[in-house]
Design a protein around this ligand. Structure first.
Ligand code: NAD
Ligand code: UDP
Length: 360
């Protein structure tokens, strides 16, 4: 049985990916320090899976701990060996992800994201594990504002969060013996199998409404903020500018359903484990752009609720358009986003409506 360590498993994308992996038959070691998540997410994942309670207990080991803790991680690898189910791959979600906060607390971002990955990689090397799928981000690109972003576009992030992601990509390319991070596929001369998945705007929730996005602090992203207005926690949404160079003047993003993203991880892992050592760097996006006003409209029509909004100033550091060219993921991973923007709006609201105060 394939055995995987998932860091940040209780988070938004981690919990949905864990469900997909569990249903696909993997044995999972799930590590999280719960700094931005709840252990309840993992118990709901187990219940949602196709496994019986007993099977789920056998297939999941939960570790409450920090990815920067070398001895703890090393111990997880040793335990897996003792249990005769050696961890052979890692999916690395753990990290801090708020762009705005990364300006205020940039050292925390370097420590958690870059420091955490260095510790993880050291433990992986010690335990001869050289297969990793890493959560990168569209923020590594220099905003382009007119056409879709492709993997060969310049890497030039404009905030500390994006800089940590670009740094980790470079580090992974380096240990893999690869030249650069500006190519979708390169062979690894050092026996590593690495996928850096550059997510665009993950959103939505599992259609059951049992798991979803549950940030501990005030949400930053558009869909959770629309949900907060829908549920009555906020009176209205502030649209950050209607003077962008886009058809309706509001920012355009590439929203991609979190279940599509979760399936993208399984696709990447399957390809890595069945082919030669290589570095894959892939956009995970839908290739379709939606403006803020259009998203509000689709959310209202899909869910039959009104989202009052007002037009505010542009948010510092924003760009007009962020859109993926997802053709390399289709070519190399046979992956493409299947779910629509309506699915995203319906599932996001279903999660919020069923869990008005999150995992409690
Ligand atoms: P999330 O905050 O919901 O999940 C991250 C998880 O990691 C949380 O459960 C948190 O408790 C845990 N964690 C944080 N630091 C840790 C540490 N030092 N040790 C152990 N656990 C730790 O975020 P998410 O949206 O699920 O994102 C997952 C990954 O994807 C992150 O690396 C993020 O940067 C990246 N990403 C997210 C988005 C997005 O819009 N959600 C977009 C691009 C990339
Ligand atoms: N946005 C907005 N109001 C909000 C939050 C976001 O108008 O309260 C806009 C933002 O300017 C961007 C889009 O919604 O055009 C998506 O923002 P989000 O923060 O979710 O993603 P990112 O900008 O990081 O891609």
């Amino acid at each position: 049985m394939k055995c995987i360590l998932v860091t940040g498993a209780a988070g938004f994308i981690g919990s949905h990916t864990t469900l997909v992996l569990l249903n696909a038959g993997y044995k999972l070691y799930l590590l999280d320090n719960f700094s931005n998540s709840s252990p309840i997410a993992l118990s709901r994942v187990a219940k949602l899976s196709s496994l019986s309670k007993k099977e789920a207990q056998e297939r999941i080991s939960i570790i409450d701990g920090d990815v920067r803790d070398f001895s703890l991680l090393d111990n997880v690898f040793s335990t897996s060996k003792r249990n005769g189910e050696r961890i052979n791959s890692v999916i690395h979600f753990a990290g801090l992800k708020a762009v705005g906060e990364s300006f205020e607390k940039s050292l925390d971002y370097w420590d958690n994201n870059v420091g955490g990955t260095i510790t993880l990689l050291k433990v992986m090397v010690k335990n001869s594990c050289r297969n990793i799928v890493f959560s990168s981000s569209a923020t590594v690109y220099r905003p382009k504002n007119e056409a879709a972003l492709i993997e060969t576009d310049p890497i030039s992030p404009i905030n500390p969060y994006g800089i940590t992601k670009a740094t980790i990509e470079k580090m992974l390319a380096d240990i893999g013996g690869c030249q650069s991070t500006a190519s979708a596929q390169q062979n690894s001369s050092k026996g590593w199998r690495i996928a850096c998945l550059r997510y665009f705007n993950p959103a939505g929730a599992h259609p059951s409404g049992e798991i979803g996005e549950n940030p501990k602090n005030i949400p930053n992203n558009l869909l959770p903020l629309i949900n907060q207005v829908g549920i009555g926690r906020n009176k209205s949404l502030t649209v950050f500018g209607n003077d962008w160079p886009t058809p309706d003047g509001t920012g355009i993003r590439d929203y991609v359903h979190v279940m599509d993203i979760a399936e993208g991880h399984k696709a990447a892992l399957d390809i890595l484990l069945s082919s030669k050592p290589q570095l894959l760097i892939m956009n995970l996006g839908s290739g379709k752009g939606t403006s803020v006003l259009k998203l509000i409209h689709i959310f209202e029509v899909t869910n039959g609720i009104k989202i009052p909004y007002e037009i505010g100033k542009r948010r510092e550091g924003d760009s007009a358009i962020s859109l993926a060219d997802p053709s390399q993921a289709l070519k190399y991973l046979q992956w493409e986003a299947k779910r629509s923007i309506e699915d995203i709006c319906r599932d996001a609201w279903n999660w919020q409506y069923k869990n008005p105060i999150g995992y409690l």
